[in-house]
Design a protein around this ligand. Structure first.
Ligand SMILES: NC(=O)c1ccc[n+]([C@@H]2O[C@H](COP(=O)([O-])OP(=O)(O)OC[C@H]3O[C@@H](n4cnc5c(N)ncnc54)[C@H](OP(=O)(O)O)[C@@H]3O)[C@@H](O)[C@H]2O)c1
Length: 281
């Protein structure tokens, strides 16, 4: 029986066990996927010993993604670029780390918008400069979307992101937080990667009044599913993409690796997670 895990602290809110549990049932596999609370001081020991304890691998979530990057023996090129690891496994005795957020974000846009969406006129505006912003920018950059502008409240973090992901200075440009609305007017794709708009947080203060007709507005926040940003964009007739699909799609590569089956992101899986998000806690 193959066993996998998600580790983090706290871990009880993670939806990953629900996602992988659904796929295990769907494919009739004799496997398990469990959430395990791991404190920062125990991370290295856990990662170095999970194979001996019978696990094929697992996911790594907040606050361990950067620390796991430092612990693994080898990383995929995406993990190298993002300096963060969210998926681990052991191959020929070597502890590997990957970052599947890029694939999750891009696969969600592909599935939600269909072929051809990436011919965006005016380039992209990515709002935020945290860990998730790096995955989003890397995905758009790999797809050839140009220019990509990055606006973050803390300007230094946007500047660091641009320098790290675009050392030659050709694809990315940091824009001032004060110029957010102007940058939004020019962009064919606008992505919120900040925590603004999440339940309990203030909304992102952005006017989409002069957005390009047909612009795409994506949010990676998924609680609530329709953030104030997406509601505004929808009211203006723009195309919208919510954040839940990214969460579902980022789980695909890990499941394939640990359990040997390619799982699918289906309306049934989405409905299962939506029901959980909407359940009173
Ligand atoms: N859908 C998915 O699968 C998925 C995956 C990953 C993350 N997420 C979501 O994405 C969000 C960001 O995650 P992360 O890992 O990137 O977090 P992070 O590294 O902590 O970054 C947080 C970002 O939000 C900005 N921010 C926070 N409060 C703000 C405020 N009051 N005004 C302006 N900006 C503010 C921060 O700006 P400063 O730099 O100025 O502080 C930073 O850019 C979270 O809501 C997370 O749940 C979703």
């Amino acid at each position: 029986m193959a066993k996998a895990f998600v580790i983090g602290q706290p871990i009880q809110h993670s939806r990953s066990p629900l996602i992988h549990g659904h796929w295990l049932r769907k494919h009739g596999l004799d496997g398990s996927y469990e959430g395990i609370e791991v404190a920062p001081q125990d991370l290295a020991r856990f990662l170095k010993s999970f194979a001996a304890n019978g696990y094929a691998g697992g996911n790594v979530t907040i606050p361990h993604k950067e620390a796991a990057f430092a612990v693994v023996d080898r990383r995929t090129s995406r993990a190298e670029r993002l300096r963060a690891v969210n998926t681990v496994w052991v191959e020929d005795g070597v502890l590997w780390g990957d970052n599947t957020d890029v694939e999750g974000f891009m696969a969600n846009l592909d599935q939600s918008l269909g072929e051809g969406w990436d011919a965006v006129e005016g380039g992209a505006l990515v709002i935020g400069g945290g860990g998730a912003a790096r995955g989003v920018v890397a995905g758009l950059q790999e797809r050839g979307i140009r220019p990509i502008r990055v606006a973050n409240r803390t300007a230094a973090k946007a500047a660091d992101l641009v320098r790290d992901l675009d050392p030659t200075g050709q694809d990315l440009e940091a824009v001032a937080w004060e110029d957010l609305n102007e940058a939004a007017r020019q962009a064919g794709l606008i992505v919120n990667t900040t925590s603004l708009g999440m339940a309990g947080q203030p909304p992102l203060d952005i006017a989409l009044t002069d957005a390009k007709p047909g612009a795409i507005v994506a949010d990676i926040v998924y609680v609530p599913l329709k953030t104030p940003l997406l509601a505004t964009a929808e009211a203006r007739g723009l195309r919208i993409v919510d954040g839940l699909g990214m969460l579902l799609h980022q789980a695909v590569p890990g499941f394939r690796r640990w359990f040997g089956v390619e799982p699918r992101v289906t309306p049934e899986l989405r409905a299962l997670i939506v029901a959980d998000l909407e359940r009173p806690k």
